[in-house]
Design a protein around this ligand. Structure first.
Ligand code: PLP
Length: 419
């Protein structure tokens, strides 16, 4: 019996149930992954106990000799991993990293450009219900109706018309390669700073299977828990000339004491991502998504933009005559965990949606490859084509649970994350 089971059996039982859920289901939410046992151990370490406001060598509390070593190690690894001039490893979440970046480089009321939320942008890229949309004047850019890829001509036109302080590139539900170099050229022409939010694709960038924005963007923000496979948290990178402003945007601008336990886990995750195996992992994530996309399209299911270049797929559920909400719920009943999402120019509300977002990062961490993707695609197709069929759902759920148990979950079973 673990210490937690003795100390608080109620919480321990809930954690046990979640562990079983993770082992028995197929996790296909594009923003989720399985952190390694080493990352989890660092997250649960004694650094939870320590306050360390400030930065290495300049703290506002005593007793930080080991905090300084830890944070410096995380910074050095992040810089090495992404080839960045400066790294701030303190942001506690992707939203907070973006808030710190806006605070550092724009004033309230300034114009910022970001991707239209209903077409793939993130809440923090200008939603009216988010701090971003309330404090700044966001001008959204969209995707082309035909190709469903970012309309770079429109980005340029809007940038020259509105002269934003910052242009945000990056997305939360965009299946195609983002041309950061083209964004950088437009930003230069318009006199704007380029910020790249690579939260979704950071692991692909680190693994060399998506172009990096680091050489051409002024500021890069990312979460650490998605394709990068670290702890929940975030990271901000920038050119040396912006280092001081960015650091002040994080602390004291938007947060107090850093979460050193998360920084310990980020250092571990960056160390893992620096190994050659991680490159193989990132490449497999992309290959798996491509096979999944091919199988779904062969079954007559329409994908936004006609496929994928990265770790995610956006299914147009209209092609099977159901909403995203219905698709998500039917798949959950079958043990396949996804999330509904709007698609470009969606006719349904953001709550119901016409889309379904599927991702391969977590399944790939369990060691699944192309053959497994074909089996997963077959289950998804069966459920989407008969979303009300309880028989189909029950049969698929049983098959999925047996199949899933055969692929150890890193951090839960003894398995190492798979390359
Ligand atoms: N930016 C992008 C592009 C994201 O996809 C997300 C999360 O999904 C975030 C920022 C926010 O990250 P967090 O949930 O850690 O605040």
């Amino acid at each position: 019996m673990s210490i937690l089971h003795r100390a608080d059996p109620e919480v321990a039982a809930i954690i046990d149930d979640e562990r079983t859920r993770q082992i028995e289901s197929l996790e296909m939410i594009a923003s989720e992954n399985y952190a390694s046992a080493a990352v989890l151990e660092a997250t649960g370490s004694v650094f939870t106990n320590k306050y360390a406001e400030g930065y290495p060598g300049k703290r506002y509390y005593a007793g930080n000799q080991h905090s300084d070593r830890l944070e410096q190690l995380a910074i050095d690894r992040a810089k090495q991993l992404f080839g960045a001039e400066h790294a701030n490893v303190q942001p506690t979440s992707g939203a907070e990293a973006n808030m710190a970046a806006y605070l550092a480089f724009a004033n309230p009321g300034d114009t910022i450009m970001g991707m239209e939320l209903s077409q793939g942008g993130h809440l923090t890229h200008g939603s009216p219900v988010n701090f971003s949309g309330r404090l700044y004047r966001f001008v959204p850019y969209t995707v082309d109706r035909e190709t469903e890829t970012i309309d770079m001509a429109e980005v340029r036109r809007l940038a020259l018309e509105h002269r934003p302080r910052i242009i945000v590139s990056g997305a939360t539900a965009y299946p195609r390669t983002i041309d950061f170099a083209a964004f950088a050229e437009i930003a230069r022409e318009a006199g704007a700073l380029l910020m790249a939010d690579i939260s979704h694709i950071a692991g692909l960038v680190a693994g060399g299977v998506h172009p990096s924005p680091v050489p051409c963007a002024d500021i890069v923000t990312t979460t650490t828990h998605k394709t990068l496979r670290g702890p929940r948290g975030a990271l901000a990178l920038c050119k040396a000339e912006h280092a001081e402003a960015l650091d002040r945007g994080v602390f004291p601008g938007t947060q107090g004491g850093p979460h050193l336990h998360s920084i310990a886990a980020k250092a571990v995750a960056f160390g893992e991502a620096l190994r050659p195996e991680f490159k193989a992992y990132a490449a497999q994530v992309v290959r798996n998504a491509a096979v999944l996309a091919e199988e779904l399209m062969r079954a007559g299911i329409r994908l936004v933009s006609g496929g994928t270049d990265n770790h995610l797929i956006l299914v147009d559920c209209n092609s099977v005559g159901i909403s995203g909400l219905k698709a998500q719920n039917a798949l959950q009943g079958a043990g396949i965990i996804t999330n509904r999402n709007t698609i470009p120019y969606d006719q349904r509300s953001a709550y119901v949606t016409s889309g379904l977002r599927l991702g391969t990062p977590a399944l790939t961490s369990r060691g699944m490859k192309e053959d497994e993707m074909r089996r997963v695609a077959a289950w998804i197709i069966r459920v989407l084509k008969d979303p009300d069929g309880e028989g189909v759902r029950d049969a698929v759920r049983a098959e999925v649970a047996e199949f899933a148990r055969a692929y150890p979950v890193p951090g839960i079973t003894d398995a190492e994350p798979v390359a």
